[in-house]
Design a protein around this ligand. Structure first.
Ligand code: SF4
Length: 421
């Protein structure tokens, strides 16, 4: 195993070696395996990214919390009539985007429940009132509103068809869909995805693959601690690696740890421990190809910045100075200047980045009409967050000057004038 560890610091293992690593790292040798894997993961990170650890300053738009699935770990989803059910109206979208722009955000994250129009007639009526023929068309309009304010859209809308991806591609600098797990077993009765038809692994892998065919820079990831085995976790990572090796489009893979909440069916389930999360951050860094950035949300592991970085973490994902984490509302974002200090103490440099990584920020990954928006957002990002030793105060933020007149537009009927804000 020592020989293999030496090689892992410079190149990923083959699939047989990756599966052997899981047996080694979760068996009797676990106490020595963890540090060895972490050292190899840190070396891989240092060789490719130096001391930089990224985050994306974002505004979070929970476009609708209606969802046709019922994952046993979810606090976000609602059905019509539930308390707290919410579909954002254009004026609410605009208010959130304006707040994000005023606080130096560079990303507009559009996040929503899965395929609600397939399940709920009341939501289909809402779309009609909004003048949108579909959720995807409404998302396209929101992306236009974001671009008009200098914010770069990243849409994670659950399962989308090839045509819906094609519609949204020119208006998004990147898109996302968590794989969560490639295990069909988690969809069996009594398992967390049993009542979630859109969580069938084949459906998700097919969409991630289609995004690759359409050259959409993509974010995916796995959710650990929902009943999967270590072997299934590795099989999930390898499934993502295969898709990336076919299409080259996975810019990020998130390792997300399940957190229990009182109001979910899995409220009594054990959460994965920090050691478990760290091991899988290290394994993900080792197994995935260099260009795939390994990410974990810092608000789900508060106080563990140094440990996350020591495991080989490369990115904290989106962090919002203006909106909560609507998916995990009990877990506030870290304060950015404090996070920067913690990173510095761990020998890393926190650096703001765009919602698209530089490797994917131009053709063939981007539509020509959106590249001026990327250039403008990059400039504002540098001015706003260039020296992050102490995040800038809101009044110091520079708004992006969007490249007016050249903004990409959706090829769909626009919302009616009364509904535009
Ligand atoms: S996790 Fe996503 S797909 Fe599952 S119920 Fe929640 S919103 Fe729906």
């Amino acid at each position: 195993m020592t020989d293999l560890l030496d090689r892992l610091a410079t190149s990923p293992p083959d699939e047989a070696q990756a599966l052997a690593l899981v047996a080694w790292a979760t068996g009797a040798d676990r106490p020595s395996a963890g540090p060895g894997l972490a050292a190899a993961a840190r070396e891989r990170r240092a060789r490719v990214r130096g001391a930089v650890v990224g985050f994306s300053p974002k505004v979070f738009l929970p476009v609708t919390n209606l969802c046709r699935n019922r994952c046993d770990y979810c606090t976000f989803r609602k059905s019509p009539g539930d308390e707290g059910v919410w579909t954002m109206r254009p004026d609410e979208v605009v208010a959130a985007l304006d707040a994000g722009a005023a606080h130096g955000c560079a990303e507009a994250l559009l996040c929503l429940g899965d395929t609600p129009e397939r399940a709920y007639a009341s939501y289909r009526r809402t779309l009609q009132e909004l003048g949108a023929p579909s959720t995807a068309a409404y998302l396209a309009r929101i992306c236009e509103l974001a671009l008009e304010r200098g914010l770069l859209p990243h849409t994670n809308a659950g399962i989308l068809t090839a045509d819906e991806l094609r519609l949204l591609r020119p208006l998004n600098v990147s898109m996302g869909l968590m794989l969560e797990s490639s295990s069909d077993r988690l969809c069996e009765p009594g398992m967390p995805h049993h009542r979630a038809p859109d969580k069938r692994p084949a459906v998700r892998l097919a969409m991630i693959s289609e995004a690759g065919r359409q050259r959409i820079p993509f974010t995916s990831g796995i959710l650990i601690g929902i009943g999967e085995t270590p072997l299934e976790r590795m099989q999930s990572l390898l499934a993502l690696r295969r898709l990336h090796r076919e299409h080259g489009h996975l810019q990020e893979v998130i390792i997300q740890n399940f957190r229990a909440k009182p109001d979910i069916p899995m409220h009594g389930a054990d959460e994965p421990g920090l050691d478990d999360l760290l091991l899988w951050i290290s394994l993900a860094r080792i197994v995935l190809d260099d260009e795939v950035v390994i990410q974990a949300p810092p608000n789900l592991s508060p106080g563990a910045t140094r440990a996350l970085l020591d495991a080989g973490l490369e990115d904290f994902g989106g962090i919002s100075p203006v909106t909560p984490d609507y998916i995990n509302p009990g877990h506030p974002w870290p304060q950015l200047d404090r996070l920067a200090d913690d990173c510095a103490r761990a020998g890393s440099r926190l650096q703001a980045r765009l919602a698209v990584h530089e490797r994917y920020a131009a053709g063939p990954w981007q539509d020509p009409a959106i590249t001026p928006c990327i250039t403008a957002a990059r400039g504002a990002l540098r001015r706003n967050w260039g020296a992050l030793a102490g995040a800038p105060r809101a009044e110091e933020h520079h708004r992006v000057t969007p490249p007016c007149g050249q903004l990409p537009r959706a090829v769909t009927p626009p919302l009616s004038g009364a509904e535009r804000s």
